[in-house]
Design a protein around this ligand. Structure first.
Ligand code: GLA
Length: 363
């Protein structure tokens, strides 16, 4: 019997480059998703096919020499191998994947792919996996099989998303809080349509800088550094490392405060934190780019906009904008026209809803 499963992409409202520093993040799952149709097979082979790519790829579950091929198939293969070797033995299966999460736009198409396939493979093999174990298996696959040293934010929110809500996640304890978004605002995502080269290596370099900063301060992670401690010890850090640490330490604090003010309904203050986050990512963490900066400035000048910032890893991709519902159409029109005029690029602008995390959709 064929069953179907789906997992969403995400947008992060605030708390950027804090997850791998054991800090806070505040993402929402969005209504772009990856779906998997899965049919069990009598053998011990997993076959992967996608509506987006012409080739199919098969691999045996028990191959000790499995290696990544630097293709989209690495994500589901990595998840299958992690599950299979960590207490969730899998049956063979054929998977057909479709989806509409924009690829390479910073909206976590890879987490949606991992989480939907992980859920599907576990389910047809008779395992009920907690959402947290699913997210952790997907993270391990990405870190160890794909080779991207990302944190847990994307996989976690793709598994745990809640309708009309964002998730305040403590990436150290993995405790989280579901925060309802005010009904009067819309999550508007502006895709700059640019993706800079070297994003992957620059990401891993940032992570190394953070680890070096914590090490030099004699602490396990930047989560352990308070603002006064940082003021005292910052002088001893090399300039670049100091700037990276400054962003992370301030952003962790800002994210907690931002979630608090959103719970109190103060959209204006929440928006101010979004702008501060963007400036810190631009000037201290140096992961923005001209197109993202322009998109934020164009948004900022429009009526009904509470806040705007780059979202995700950076180096291109998207901005997230909190826009008062009645102003959304005007916002879309004007920002798209102004961005096109300045860059010659036609942006894509998505008005998103926050949705529930991964689940079965078999009809
Ligand atoms: C990417 C990673 C996440 C996170 C963000 C930056 O999306 O996959 O783990 O580090 O970048 O906040």
């Amino acid at each position: 019997m064929t069953r179907s499963f789906s997992a969403p992409g995400r947008v992060n409202l605030i708390g950027e480059h804090t997850d791998y520093n054991e800090g806070f993040v505040f993402p929402a799952a969005i209504d772009f998703s990856t779906t998997v149709e899965i049919t069990p097979r009598p053998d011990r082979t997993v076959e992967l096919a996608s509506e987006h790519y012409p080739d199919t790829f098969s691999f045996p579950l028990d191959d000790p020499d499995a290696k990544p091929r630097h293709s989209w198939t690495d994500y589901p293969q990595g998840v299958a191998l992690v599950l299979h070797h960590s207490g969730y033995p899998l049956t063979g299966a054929s998977l057909f994947i479709r989806g509409n999460v924009p690829v390479g736009a910073g909206l976590s198409s890879s987490a949606a792919l991992e989480v939907s396939c992980g859920l599907a493979l576990a389910a047809v093999s008779g395992h009920t996996l907690s959402r947290l174990d699913l997210a952790k298996a997907c993270l391990q696959a990405e870190n160890e099989f794909v080779g991207m040293r990302c944190g847990i934010m994307d996989q976690f929110v793709s598994a745990h998303g809640c309708e009309d809500s964002a998730i305040l996640l403590d990436c150290r304890s993995l405790e989280y809080r579901v925060v309802r978004l005010p009904a009067s605002v819309r999550l508007v995502i502006c895709n700059t349509m640019v993706k800079h080269q070297l994003a992957g290596s620059a990401y891993n370099e940032r992570r190394q800088d953070c680890e070096a900063a914590a090490r030099q301060m004699g602490l396990p992670s930047l989560r352990d550094v308070t603002a006064p401690m940082f003021t005292e010890s910052a002088g001893a850090l090399p300039a670049r490392i100091r700037l990276r640490a400054q962003h992370v330490i301030q952003e962790i604090e800002r994210t907690e405060r931002a979630a608090d003010v959103l719970m109190m309904g103060d959209l204006t203050l929440f928006g101010r934190y979004m702008y501060e986050s963007h400036e810190s990512l631009r000037d201290a963490y140096e992961v923005s780019c001209a197109e993202l900066d322009l998109m934020v400035e164009l948004a900022r000048a429009r009526p009904g906009v509470f806040g705007a910032r780059m979202t995700g890893a950076g180096f291109g991709g998207c901005t997230i904008n909190l826009v008062d519902a009645p102003h959304v159409n005007q916002f879309r029109r004007e920002v798209a026209a102004a961005y096109h005029e300045a860059t010659g690029i036609t942006p894509e602008i998505y008005v998103c809803r926050a949705v529930q995390g991964a689940h079965e959709i078999t009809t």
